[in-house]
Write a protein that binds this ligand. Structure first.
Ligand code: ZN
Length: 223
């Protein structure tokens, strides 16, 4: 109704062009209305997503007075077989990321007390799948089972690390474990990938040695 009013008002101002635009808009609307069943539908909490006659509310959906509403911000899922309707939450954290998950990511910055990591994937949930880039942090107290004198000896920007998710709210990661830590590191001098040599990291090109909190899987590519 609002649209019709707007068009009517415009028509009085711009008469020659308006009827053409009106036809185009209506056609476009009709096409869009046929599609949404297949397209992901984004909803906010409280949005009406169906009725109890059509669906059974599942996760992220609730029934009230015969209507089904979204309980979370997210994407509507409809299982036609079970007549189930649910809402998969969309939040700032990567999808399906949970406390205890092992993630792989790249160090973006190292500060006195934290190394910042951009998470790129979750172990066992498709290592190659890039979840939405989320910044996490490894606090100096969560690096290893020993005193960390200087975080700059443990991580460097561009390092690829394997870490465990400690908490989702602050996106804290831990590398306290043999297989957790740096998986791949680059020479601070010439950017060549460093190799492990007698428990130390050495640049095969310029012979520079560096230290890191190494994963026991360093250089293997095993996540
Ligand atoms: Zn080098």
């Amino acid at each position: 109704m609002a649209q019709e009013t707007e068009i009517a008002e415009d028509e009085t101002q711009v008469q020659p062009d308006q009827p053409v635009e009106e036809t185009v808009e209506e056609t476009a609307d009709e096409v869009v209305e046929e599609e949404p069943k297949e397209e992901p539908r984004k909803v906010l909490p409280g949005d009406l997503i169906g009725t109890s006659e059509e669906f059974i509310p599942r996760n992220g959906a609730y029934l009230e007075g015969g209507n089904i509403y979204a309980a979370a911000s997210g994407i509507v899922n409809i299982n036609k077989k079970d007549r189930a309707i649910s809402v998969t939450p969309v939040t700032n954290t990567p999808p399906h990321l949970q406390v205890g998950d092992i993630v792989i990511g790249q160090v973006t910055d190292v500060k006195d007390s934290v190394a910042l990591v951009e998470i790129a994937g979750i172990k066992g949930k498709g290592e190659r799948e890039i979840v939405n880039a989320e910044q996490a942090a490894i606090h100096v107290s969560n690096v290893k089972d020993a005193y960390v004198k200087d975080l700059y000896y443990e991580f460097a920007p561009f390092d690829i690390v394997k870490a465990r998710v400690l908490d989702l709210r602050n996106m804290r990661l831990s590398t306290v474990n043999k297989e957790l830590g740096v998986m791949k590191a680059y020479c601070g001098n010439c950017r060549t990938v460093l190799k492990v040599d007698n428990g130390k990291l050495k640049c095969p090109k310029c012979e520079r040695t560096e230290t890191r909190k190494l994963s026991s899987d360093y250089g293997t590519g095993i996540i």
